[in-house]
Design a protein around this ligand. Structure first.
Ligand SMILES: Nc1ncnc2c1ncn2[C@@H]1O[C@H](COP(=O)(O)OP(=O)(O)OP(=O)(O)O)[C@@H](O)[C@H]1O
Length: 345
């Protein structure tokens, strides 16, 4: 049984190699028109950018929320590109002190788009500085300590903040409220991923038919980053095999990399394995799960669970995580007579 839970982390959208970063850069759509799917978000963003252009002002601050690999960084780049503004990229973990943020904010040029990835991981002290910066384009810099401390106000160039988060629930309300627009990115449908893949295959010069692309798409966890990554593996397989990127080649390549027909990877299988085998289907608390699979609770919550819930293998209940009937069935295990089912609760 445990063999079923082994395999490569090929479908973990959080893991990115250097080569992949370069590869992704080449595939990133540059305009909203080229950006596939997320129709509603695209329409809302277009309106926001058009209104700002008509009034000749910086677009409102934008929060992009959703699991990794769905296109948050790409959208931030598109916002800058479409509004013809420069872009500065940083991330929450790089801002560990208010001073780190002050350095970035005070060096922005007028109209610049500031992208803060993983904004929920920024230091608290910096968050408070950001409130004022977002609202009034001003920060107060504290000089000195104790009774002699004074604050020096510093005016900033107007800018547009684009924040990205996989955990919007972790953002304090005062920060969330200061974004003029929040976009919740959804997992992509298979047909949308086929369009992402058609574009990528063309850019990479990989001749491949729609049926083969459909097979890659359906094993990509609803995530463009994973779809593009699997396409690369299929390209390698076809190159070495010499038989072209056929449907059979796709199946053989993805089976070789242990990506099953639903796109589950090692971590997904480990999480389901613990719930099914060790806890009779659950309920299991998040921290217990995280310790059992040797992964951070945040990764389980932001990366693994949303997809398992979306495809109906797992249910989140107030008492913990519970395998659904489909969850038992997918792993070919007989349902335990005493088990609680996520879909029965
Ligand atoms: N809607 C889309 N259409 C075409 N390609 C896309 C789309 N969304 C994402 N991609 C591609 O998927 C890859 C990952 O996208 P991106 O880096 O923007 O994701 P992300 O949500 O910012 O992930 P993370 O939060 O992990 O940084 C990029 O190569 C990008 O080109």
């Amino acid at each position: 049984m445990s063999d079923a839970f082994d395999g490569e982390a090929l479908v973990n959208p959080e893991v990115e190699s250097e080569a992949e970063v370069a590869f992704e850069g080449a595939l990133r759509p540059k305009s909203l028109a080229e950006f596939v799917g997320q129709r509603k978000v695209r329409g809302q963003l277009q309106l926001l950018l058009d209104a700002a252009a008509i009034q000749n002002r910086t677009p409102d601050h934008i929060l992009l929320a959703g699991p990794p690999g769905l296109g948050k960084t790409t959208l931030a780049m598109i916002v800058a590109h479409e509004s013809e503004r420069p872009l500065r990229l940083t991330s929450g973990p790089a801002i560990q002190h208010a001073g780190d943020l002050a350095a970035v904010l005070s060096s922005l040029v007028p109209g610049e788009v500031l992208f803060i990835d993983e904004i929920h991981r920024m230091a608290r002290s910096a968050e408070e500085m950001l409130y004022l910066a977002m609202e009034d384009f001003r920060i107060d810099i504290m000089v000195g300590k104790g009774a002699g401390a004074t604050s020096i106000p510093l005016d900033l160039a107007p800018f547009t903040l684009v924040g990205a988060t996989t955990r919007s629930g972790l953002l304090p309300n005062p920060l969330r409220d200061r974004f003029g627009f929040t976009a919740h990115l959804e997992f992509y449908e298979t047909g949308e991923l086929v369009r992402v893949l058609q574009r990528a295959a063309q850019l990479l010069g990989v001749p491949i038919g729609d049926e083969a692309l459909g097979e890659i798409a359906s094993r990509s966890r609803g995530t463009p980053r994973i779809a593009n990554r699997l396409l690369r593996r299929v390209r390698d397989y076809a190159l070495v095999d010499g038989g072209g990127a056929t449907l059979e080649a796709v199946r053989a390549a993805l089976d070789l990399y242990d990506v099953d027909e639903l796109g589950l990877d090692r971590l997904d299988r480990a999480v389901m394995g613990i719930i099914l085998e060790r806890f009779d289907g659950g309920p299991v608390g998040l921290n217990t799960l995280a310790v059992s699979v040797g992964e951070e609770a945040e990764t389980i919550e932001a990366v693994v669970e949303p997809f398992l819930v979306r495809i109906g293998l797992l249910s989140r209940t107030p008492r913990g995580r519970v395998a659904t009937k489909a969850g038992w069935a997918h792993f070919g295990m007989p349902r335990n007579a005493n088990a609680l089912f996520g879909d029965d609760l």
